[in-house]
Design a protein around this ligand. Structure first.
Ligand code: HEC
Ligand code: HEC
Ligand code: HEC
Ligand code: HEC
Ligand code: HEC
Length: 238
């Protein structure tokens, strides 16, 4: 007997069962069936909702951001114990008011002209960068797009603001964290923030235009140089 024949046999048996159904179903049973159907609809609605929430909150951000490691690990905590002048030993305002940013090799060579410890990262740093005279291509978490003008002097000197307000606790970290790059805009995730919903508990978790503007609005009272309105655009966009 072929499997086709088997199928043929099965169909009438099934349709018989179906045909006899309306005869012995009371109204109660019909109601039960309706409840069952709406139960199914709600069930699938919830499944669909949960699936799209997972897609939106978990999968989408994973797809949107590519992860990059820093070229080598840099231990802030360790170095803070080695330098004399705190953060300013490496990050300082030059006499013209511009910010030195991330230190270059010449600020490291005094201690790292040759390998002094056991650390693998230090060995790579000395062999691949110091001895070859190559600057380390650090990835900058807070990098804004080119149209944005930002001045450290106005904030840290002018207003005496703490680095933590905008950068969080990088200065006390032992590990460089993974850099996440938005595949569409090419910007760091630190700009848009960790939370897709836009919720942020701390001032350093996001640095979008509204975050800069919010503080500038609040700061108007004490800082005359910060304006809002149309002219205000040129404070941050030259
Ligand atoms: C010995 C030099 C040195 C000292 C001292 C130092 N830093 Fe750094 N800092 C670096 C280097 C190198 C990097 C780049 C690697 C990295 O991102 O960790 C960096 C990166 C940073 C960044 C990341 C900026 C960005 O957006 O990517 C911040 C913020 C920072 N430092 C803050 C601080 C603070 C705050 C202190 C003082 C508590 C401090 N640093 C002390 C060398 C130093
Ligand atoms: C005042 C001296 C001093 C200066 C300046 C200094 N370092 Fe270091 N660095 C040290 C010491 C000490 C260690 C620990 C070495 C060990 O025993 O492993 C270290 C360790 C390191 C390591 C290995 C840390 C790890 O996470 O495993 C790296 C990478 C490094 N330094 C990079 C830098 C860079 C980049 C600069 C310049 C921005 C710099 N250092 C400036 C003293 C210094
Ligand atoms: C937590 C508060 C705060 C945040 C966040 C903040 N600012 Fe400011 N900003 C200030 C204050 C206060 C001043 C005025 C300092 C002064 O005039 O002495 C200022 C001044 C400035 C100035 C100089 C204005 C001038 O006329 O010299 C620029 C440019 C600027 N901010 C850009 C930005 C940008 C871009 C961002 C976001 C990436 C930002 N700020 C985030 C508080 C903040
Ligand atoms: C008001 C917010 C704010 C404060 C306060 C602040 N920063 Fe920044 N920082 C920024 C922004 C925004 C950028 C990115 C600037 C850009 O892309 O042009 C940045 C960039 C940096 C960089 C990378 C710069 C580069 O191009 O190499 C370092 C390092 C850094 N900050 C360290 C510090 C340290 C150290 C302090 C405290 C002394 C500090 N910042 C205080 C907002 C801030
Ligand atoms: C306090 C600083 C600040 C002020 C004032 C400000 N901006 Fe911005 N703006 C930013 C920052 C930071 C970004 C980049 C981060 C982002 O996209 O939110 C940005 C991004 C933008 C962009 C998006 C550019 C792009 O390519 O994605 C536009 C457009 C813009 N601003 C227009 C304006 C206009 C118009 C005004 C005046 C009404 C203004 N901004 C005032 C800080 C500022």
């Amino acid at each position: 007997m072929s499997s086709l024949d088997e199928k043929d046999n099965a169909v009438p048996a099934d349709s018989n069962a179906q045909a006899s159904l309306p005869n012995d179903t009371s109204k109660d049973k019909m109601d039960e069936k309706e409840n069952e159907t709406s139960g199914f609809i709600i069930f699938f609605f919830i499944i669909g909702l949960v699936a799209s929430l997972i897609a939106g909150w978990v999968i989408f951000p994973k797809l949107l951001y590519s992860k990059k490691d820093q070229p080598i690990n840099f231990n802030h905590l360790l170095h803070m114990a080695e330098v004399d002048d705190g953060c300013q030993s490496c990050h300082f305002l030059r006499t013209d008011g511009s910010f030195s940013g991330i230190p270059g090799l010449k600020q490291c060579i005094g201690c790292h002209d040759e390998i002094q410890g056991e650390s693998k990262d230090e060995a790579i740093f000395v062999e691949e960068y110091v001895q070859k005279g190559r600057e380390v291509p650090w990835l900058i978490y807070s990098r804004q797009q080119d149209c944005v003008f930002f001045s450290h002097a106005a904030h840290i000197k002018g207003d005496g603001m703490d680095c933590v307000t905008c950068h969080g606790h990088i200065g006390e970290s032992e590990q460089t964290r993974v850099y996440e790059e938005n595949r569409i805009t090419g910007l760091s995730r630190d700009i848009w923030g960790k939370s897709i919903s836009g919720f942020n508990a701390n001032s350093w978790e996001r640095m979008k235009m509204n975050d800069c503007a919010k503080c500038h609005k609040e700061a108007i009272g004490k800082a005359s140089s910060v304006q809002t309105g149309k002219e205000g655009c040129f404070v941050c966009h030259k």
